[in-house]
Design a protein around this ligand. Structure first.
Ligand code: ADP
Ligand code: MG
Length: 702
């Protein structure tokens, strides 16, 4: 069904093919609907006028009222020319400066006439001026709404240069709203609007662009944000409800020898959080429905053990389990830790990675097929087609963000009968709102407690000029028998550059820590797997006191004797990544340190990040801050998550409450009508379809 919404904007008065191409290129706006959904990013109180002598360059957009006293074109040569307009009010005089379209603008501006001028003050040649401001003659009635709150639209420099002022946006949107009058269809069911007291769509769209007052604006924002988040949640929860109905889960009713023996022999008591999470998993596993659970927990919170105990439940019920890690180093490490936990038990554990020899591989394959191997640990190699299980019942995926949705799906298919239970573990704590959006179709467990006796890692920020101090500190720690990590950033664009970076660093370190007094291991992406494994082993076994690495060690490596983490060019890492790296130390009983080294001048944001790192050890706090600073779109994991973020108005960092509300309402709707078959919910089905199609289109593009 083609609706007016889909009309191309080139059919608007004042647009045409050329301008519509520009809007498409810069802002991805092609249809009426796109234009209407180009919501203002903020509003200005147009009842507030600044006096010229109040203006300072720190202000955001402001409005002044004054008379044009003079106009002149200054500067020589077509590219250097600018139009300077002198505006004055009773308190002073200010210059308005135009660089583009100056002749055209000069013709339109009338001397000795009063204008309302709207723009952002900037400092130029030690003088405050407004560059390319919007100018209106007072009582110009061409705009909708009362003059109170004025929408501000995001735009680009090149659009502004081509004359797409804020006023032009407002006019185009007003035009669309007029043409669409009476034809904007409500996208939420009437009963929900009534129950939840939400503003109807046509009114909300009018008010979001041309608010009559603050109260209406807030109601419009709430309505539109709610709708946006509601449909995401409804889609996710519906998927979940469909899956739960379609797929029987393997019922693991008993707890047996494998679990009990391992549990009995643990050298420590489980934390309350670990116990709670195991209970949650346990109840999933016996429910007869397929488990899809996300396990979140800060680094060092003991997720591996929870995963192992859960896998043992599957094994006790006669099924096989596998655990997939993102790197070979990690797979090896899991294999070693888990083998230790299972020592003396008759649970057979195998390891399959890229470096497993063909002969060994063949044996593994056979024992998987005949069911004699109980638990397989490995890397991507696990999802290769040749690997088949006799009866895979439980899958653990460690450090989720490295695996795409696609890859996860391939594991599902490794068995003929019911799909295995899936547990995804991530040590990158993500804010609750983001988890609800990214993994909204999964159940979430959180281990929010560290094993007792852990001391928080002391974090200190040093400029590179203090490297001498840092080296002496390292020597002191090494003398006490401790080990040290030194990490260099990994620049995706150039592995070669990374390597050089690390290589210079290595030479520097090797000089300061000479053999045979010290032994330094190196691990980076360009090494052969054998070399990598060799150096890693040296460090793990304590034969090397220093490990130099790129951020490959970020995830999961566990060397309790390492107490110092030095991060070079720390400003180049994101907050979550820094937190991950820091989690490599502080695993033993000794006091641990994280030293953030930074190079030259730091941006304000980088400084904030480093400061926060020095202030807190709480991963969830850091994740929240990361989202605030960078926005949810840039957070690790979101890009690969397979869920296209396309929020027009809601903001996961700020609209947590509306999100919770939307999820609760979506839940209620599905509780009453799990497959959305009721007449009153027709509009929900249609809208999910529309949004789903749109998402599919986007994913094809990117
Ligand atoms: P994560 O994977 O969550 O970062 P790990 O599972 O690697 O954390 O656990 C970190 C360390 O803590 C491991 O050495 C593990 O054996 C140990 N550990 C796990 N649970 C406990 C506990 N309840 N008490 C003491 N130590 C624990
Ligand atoms: Mg781990």
């Amino acid at each position: 069904m083609v609706s007016l919404w889909d009309t191309n904007i080139q059919f608007l008065q004042g647009v045409g093919p050329r301008r519509s191409r520009e809007l498409e290129k810069d802002l991805n706006i092609t249809t009426f609907e796109d234009l209407i959904r180009h919501y203002p990013f903020r509003y200005i109180d147009r009842t507030r006028f600044y006096a010229i002598n109040e203006i300072d360059p720190g202000l955001a957009y402001i409005q002044i009222r004054g008379v044009v006293r003079d106009m002149k074109i200054v500067g020589a040569g077509p590219r250097k020319q600018r139009l300077v307009v002198i505006l004055s009010d009773p308190t002073g005089t200010i210059e308005l400066v135009f660089f583009k379209g100056i002749r055209w603008i000069k013709d339109k501006i009338k001397l000795n006439t009063e204008y309302i001028v709207f723009g952002k003050p900037t400092l130029f040649n030690a003088r405050i001026n407004l560059v390319h401001p919007d100018m209106d003659i007072p009582d110009d009635q061409s705009l909708r709404g009362s003059a109170g709150l004025q929408a501000v639209y995001s735009s680009t420099e090149s659009l502004r240069d081509k004359g797409f002022t804020q006023k032009v946006f407002s006019r185009l949107i007003a035009q669309v709203l007029t043409r669409m009058e009476g034809q904007i269809h409500e996208t939420l069911p009437a009963y929900l609007l009534n129950q939840l007291k939400l503003m109807p769509l046509p009114l909300a769209l009018e008010e979001i662009h041309f608010p009559k007052n603050l109260k209406n604006l807030q109601a419009a924002q709430t309505r539109l944000k709610f709708e946006e988040l509601f449909y995401i949640q409804l889609g996710l929860l519906k998927q979940r409800s469909v899956r739960l109905r379609a797929e029987d889960g393997l019922p693991f009713l008993k707890i047996g020898k494998a679990f009990n023996e391992c549990f009995k022999r643990l050298p420590f008591e489980l934390t309350e959080a670990q116990k709670r999470v195991i209970r949650e998993i346990r109840s999933d596993l016996r429910s007869g429905r397929q488990m899809n659970r996300l396990l979140q927990g800060d680094v060092g919170s003991g997720k591996t053990l929870v995963a192992l105990l859960s896998a043992l439940i599957a094994i006790d019920n006669g099924y096989q389990a596998c655990m997939m890690a993102p790197t070979e180093i990690l797979a090896n490490q899991h294999y070693n830790t888990i083998s230790k936990f299972l020592k003396g038990q008759d649970v057979r554990v195998g390891l399959l990675t890229g470096s497993t020899k063909p002969a060994e591989r063949k044996l593994l394959h056979e024992s998987l097929q005949d069911g004699s191997l109980h638990l397989l640990i490995g890397t991507h190699a696990l999802i290769e087609d040749t690997v088949t299980f006799q009866n895979l019942g439980f899958v653990v995926i460690d450090e989720q963000h490295r695996f795409g949705v696609e890859q996860r799906a391939r594991l599902w298919k490794k068995t003929d009968g019911s799909p295995p239970h899936i547990m995804v573990m991530t040590a990158t704590p993500i804010p609750r709102t983001l988890a609800m959006t990214l993994y909204g179709d999964l159940d979430v467990s959180v281990i929010d407690q560290l094993p007792p006796g852990r001391k928080p890692v002391r974090t200190i920020h040093y400029p590179a000029s203090r490297r001498g101090t840092v080296y002496s500190f390292m020597k002191k720690q090494i003398k006490e028998g401790r080990q040290v990590y030194i990490v260099y950033p990994l620049i995706r664009e150039s592995e070669k550059l990374d390597y050089e970076n690390l290589e210079t660093g290595y030479q520097d370190v090797a000089m300061a820590f000479p053999a045979p007094l010290y032994s330094v291991a190196v691990v980076h992406g360009q090494q052969k797997p054998e070399d990598k494994a060799f150096d890693m082993e040296m460090f793990v076994k304590g034969q090397a006191q220093i490990l130099i690495a790129t951020s490959v060690i970020e995830v999961g490596v566990d060397v309790p004797n390492a107490t110092v983490m030095v991060i070079e060019s720390a400003e180049r890492f994101g907050l979550s990544q820094l937190h991950q790296l820091r989690g490599r130390v502080g695993r033993g009983a000794a006091e641990s340190y994280c030293i953030l080294m930074t190079g030259k001048a730091l941006s304000k944001e980088a400084r904030e990040r480093l400061k926060l790192m020095c202030e807190t050890n709480n991963g969830f706090e850091i994740a929240e801050a990361d989202m605030r600073l960078r926005g949810p779109g840039d957070l690790e994991g979101t890009a690969q998550s397979g869920l296209v973020f396309d929020l027009h108005i809601a903001n996961l960092a700020k609209d947590g409450q509306i999100l919770e509300w939307a999820r609760m309402e979506a839940d209620k709707v599905l509780d009453e009508d799990p497959l959305l078959e009721l007449g009153k919910n027709k509009v929900l089905v249609r809208q999910l379809e529309v949004l789903g199609n749109r998402r599919a289109d986007y994913s094809k593009i990117s």
